[in-house]
Design a protein around this ligand. Structure first.
Ligand code: MSP
Length: 513
């Protein structure tokens, strides 16, 4: 069976990676890990977008060849992956021969099929966006919006891909495949966009203007437009392995229309290749309400947080805070609220109590539970509800809600411990109290093991460490691990595990790693 094939967008490398890039990798990684936990084979691709005018200009400014420039900057993007515990199977660079060969091959095929033609083009060109503009892009006062940077009028001969001829097909496809884009309202936006007629897509740049690209196989005086080159990465990485089509492309909302929702499906359809199964479109992280981006200098460096709080704390925050599809503002204060109350106080507290009390009152061995009374039955009932809710939430990309439910169960476990008060039972010598104590120790350990199992996709290292201190090695089938039982009986626990040391209060100056 074909693996579940999922991808991130490939990042431009004219700058350093920031938290927006980190989020997309973590989100995709959580999906990949969740699918593996559910028993799927997964193929997870990420990478970098290395051609185009921006890179050429950045390299020129530094006075170094573009290849040297991308070799250096791509290294930082690649290094981000292990820093964030990303479990990708492949990393593609668009300057690699395996990619360039496929781009040339596909271009030649389209050319041979008559899908590409040459024409004279006169128009306004934005270097920053690397695209020709249309009259409708102007502001009411006739000027061009800031996002386009310097706009110049140019006349040149170029190659065009016959996009317009596929408009009706695309509208029909989107209308009959309502689940192609998640969230659904994004698909409606694409259909809105398609109410205006499409123009054919200029897919070449004359070499005298742009050297840094993949030469057109049928005319070496031109290089390939960067989007036509970049989108192909999803296919070129797996071209001859039988893994195409992708099951899921994870992208930000800025690159849905037109690249991923219009160019890409039409390119594939014109080539006679199957379309990806679906697109997941996430929102933006902002800082003080302004989109995080390298060009404005308004960004958070992921290493600042992983260094100070650990990788899993950052992964947790990103996934817990952002409702996939919507936007979120990143503030250190909000990060600290969640870190302190959810990770350090709630989960951290459950770990401490379980290890500490098992050591003190159980000689470090998790006892067998006695008969469940009402308080245990309530907690077990909540567990059954939690696990049945969490799986569909994850399948529907509602990871923030899945974490919310999981932490509600952890809160309930801490409340259970308060009710049972093992520290009091430990002082009593009656047989009845000793039985209750054993039940309490077994129950809290089992609840911790189960809660940790639900955190595995988001906080893989944390889950592994929790299993480790419980003396437990989970079985191969994750779903089977979710049944409440007595797997931990007789296991020797570690004395302590500090995963989330309490940081400074939110109002103190930020500590640097
Ligand atoms: N190179 C193109 C994508 C080509 S895909 C065939 C590109 N690169 S990018 O570096 O600008 O963005 C890469 C991804 O990061 C995009 O999906 C983008 O939406 C995402 N993010 C960049 N800044 C972001 C935030 N501030 N917040 C969340 N994600 C954002 O576009």
């Amino acid at each position: 069976m074909k693996p579940f094939y999922l991808t991130t967008a490939i990042d431009y490398v004219n700058g350093a990676p920031h938290l927006g890039h980190a989020y997309e990798k973590v989100l995709t990684d959580v999906i990949a890990r969740f699918r593996r936990m559910m028993g799927d084979e997964v193929y997870f691709l990420t990478g970098v977008d290395e051609h185009g005018q921006k890179v050429q200009m950045a390299a020129q400014q530094l006075g170094i060849p573009p290849q040297q420039y991308v070799d250096e900057t791509s290294a930082a993007f690649r290094a981000l992956l292990p820093q964030l515990s990303i479990s990708n199977d492949d990393f593609i660079r668009t300057t690699e021969p395996r990619h360039k060969a496929v781009v040339s091959r596909l271009l030649q095929q389209l050319y041979d099929k008559g899908e590409i033609y040459q024409a004279e083009y006169k128009g306004f060109y934005s270097t920053r966006q690397e695209q020709f503009l249309q009259e409708k892009d102007r502001q009411p006062d006739g000027t061009w919006p800031e996002i386009f940077g310097d706009v110049t009028e140019i006349t040149e001969s170029n190659y065009f891909f016959k996009l317009a001829g596929y408009q009706a097909w695309l509208v029909d496809f989107l209308t009959t495949h309502e689940d192609f884009i998640f969230p659904r309202y994004r698909q409606k936006q694409v259909l809105e966009f398609l109410k205006d007629p499409l123009n054919d897509l200029c897919i070449s740049r004359p070499r005298e203007r742009l050297e840094w690209g993949i030469p057109l196989p049928f005319d070496p005086n031109y290089v390939t437009y960067v989007w036509f080159d970049a989108l192909v990465n999803y296919y070129s990485a797996v071209a001859d392995t039988g893994q195409w089509p992708a099951d899921l492309h994870v992208i930000g909302k800025d690159i849905l229309v037109p690249p991923h929702a219009v160019y890409w499906p039409i390119m594939l359809h014109a080539l006679g290749l199957p379309l990806p199964k679906s697109l997941l479109v996430h929102g933006w992280w902002s800082v003080n309400g302004v989109k995080m981006s390298k060009s404005t200098g308004n960004f958070i460096v992921p290493a600042d947080y992983t260094g100070e709080f650990g990788v899993d704390a950052l992964r947790y925050f990103l996934i817990r805070e952002m409702n996939v599809g919507q936007d979120s503002d990143f503030t250190r204060a909000q990060f600290l609220v969640r870190y302190n109350s959810e990770l350090a106080n709630n989960l951290g507290n459950l770990i401490n109590r379980t290890l500490n009390m098992t050591t003190r009152f159980g000689a470090g061995l998790i006892p067998a539970a006695g008969p469940a009374e009402d308080v245990e039955k309530e907690l077990q009932a909540l567990w059954d509800k939690t696990r049945t809710e969490v799986i569909p939430l994850c399948e529907g990309f509602q990871f923030h809600a899945a974490l919310d439910r999981t932490f509600a169960f952890i809160t309930a476990t801490n409340a259970y411990i308060e009710k049972r008060a093992p520290w009091k039972l430990g002082k009593s010598t009656t047989e009845a109290d000793q039985t209750l104590l054993r039940t309490a120790l077994a129950t809290m350990a089992e609840a911790l093991r189960l809660g940790a199992a639900l955190l595995q996709a988001v906080m893989p290292t944390t889950t592994e460490k929790i299993n480790g201190v419980l003396g437990y090695t989970p079985g191969a089938i994750w779903r089977d691990e979710l049944a409440w039982g007595s797997r931990l009986t007789g296991r020797k626990v570690a004395e302590a595990l500090v995963l989330f040391p309490r940081p400074q209060p939110a109002d103190k100056a930020p500590a640097k790693p």
